[in-house]
Design a protein around this ligand. Structure first.
Ligand SMILES: Cc1cc2nc3c(=O)[nH]c(=O)nc-3n(C[C@H](O)[C@H](O)[C@H](O)COP(=O)(O)OP(=O)(O)OC[C@H]3O[C@@H](n4cnc5c(N)ncnc54)[C@H](O)[C@@H]3O)c2cc1C
Length: 308
């Protein structure tokens, strides 16, 4: 069972504009980072989700000189649509929905995006040196030599203008990307993905959903080509990329416990079917008496009238 989390079949999503920025000058929000090293530095954050707010607030609390958040959208999403989807029907029935409905629901939630928590956002905004730039997608980043020969600047270009920073934190989430999971290389090419058998309306194209594994009823991988990778269905993906097949029951409150129960009972059922001859033998060999034979005495002779 791959209970490998939000980035369970991949890793951090790294935007193309980071290419060329020295590795010592940027981090992904999921990287281990000693934020105290950002004291006195000008920090730029990419994104406005939960991770972005956590990164920004931590940098500010560790003494960053300034924190600028770059947000592509004209506004930060305010409504968490996924909360409205969390009904018992989704928990127990998403997997049984027609494909088109599964896609429509997951794509809508993806496109609407989940807002950061209000408390996390205020943890950032209460600092006077925090700056939110909406409608400011980063187009490119230029490394510029510092005038005093100390630290180079990262010049950030957006359609709304430029800004110089010392350190960049990309809080850009995660992608399904098997190349970031070399341990899975032996079976990865055989996993059937949604893009292998489902074509959404072009207006609903969604790279994350297209790359999602097309899972069987117990979260098991299925073969792209039947017979090409025997045993693949013994690997169960109980991680976030299961969301298109199952809804969010393999990560996130409130339904992860229901998902775990579904997985556990499903595995018990599969084991039972696989071991049924053993269980049949156990059944036949079973010999523990419930009665010892001393719980009653036979009726006295003559109790019954003899048949004529
Ligand atoms: C910024 C952020 C905010 C979130 N906020 C919420 C929230 O408010 N509420 C909520 O319900 N959920 C939230 N989530 C989702 C959260 O990730 C899940 O709810 C929860 O952590 C899922 O638990 P898990 O055990 O499936 O995965 P994880 O907690 O991610 O655990 C996966 C584990 O697998 C390990 N692992 C991965 N690959 C391997 C490997 N190859 N070998 C060995 N070990 C490996 C990892 O090290 C990790 O310990 C948030 C996620 C993020 C990123």
């Amino acid at each position: 069972m791959l209970a490998t989390g939000r980035d369970g079949l991949g890793g951090p999503a790294i935007p193309a504009f980071v290419k060329g920025v020295p590795r010592s000058r940027w981090a992904h929000s999921s990287d281990a980072l000693d934020y105290t090293r950002l004291r006195g530095q000008r920090v730029a954050i990419v994104g406005a989700g939960s991770s972005a707010m956590d990164s920004a607030a931590t940098a500010l609390e560790c003494g960053a000189a300034s924190v600028d958040l770059f947000v592509r959208r004209a506004d930060i999403p305010r409504i968490n649509k996924s909360k409205a989807s969390g009904v018992p029907g989704l928990t127990h029935g998403h997997h049984d929905l027609p494909d088109a409905w599964k896609w429509r629901i997951r794509h809508y939630i993806n496109a609407q995006q989940v807002p950061p928590p209000r408390g996390s956002t205020q943890r950032v905004s209460r600092h006077p040196n925090a700056h939110f730039h909406t409608g400011a997608p980063i187009e490119r980043i230029e490394t510029r030599p510092a005038a005093d020969g100390t630290l180079d600047s990262l010049r950030i270009h957006t359609p709304r203008g430029t800004l110089d920073a010392d350190f960049l934190i990309v809080s850009t989430g995660f992608v399904i990307d098997w190349t970031q999971r070399p341990a899975f290389a032996a079976f990865a090419p055989h996993v059937r993905l949604w893009q292998d058998r489902f074509r959404p309306d072009p207006a609903d194209a969604d790279a994350e959903l297209a790359a999602s594994p097309d899972l069987g009823p117990v979260f098991e991988f299925q073969e792209k080509t039947p017979g090409a990778c025997p045993g693949l269905d013994r690997i169960h993906a109980f991680c976030y990329p299961a969301a298109l097949s199952f809804g969010t029951i393999s990560g996130d409150i409130p339904a992860i416990s229901d998902g775990a129960r579904r997985l556990a009972t499903g595995i018990a059922s599969l084991f039972y079917r696989e071991d049924v001859e053993h269980h049949w033998q156990v059944l036949q060999d079973y010999a523990e008496p419930e009665l010892q034979g001393d719980e009653w005495t036979p009726a006295a002779p003559g109790r019954l009238t003899q048949r004529e």
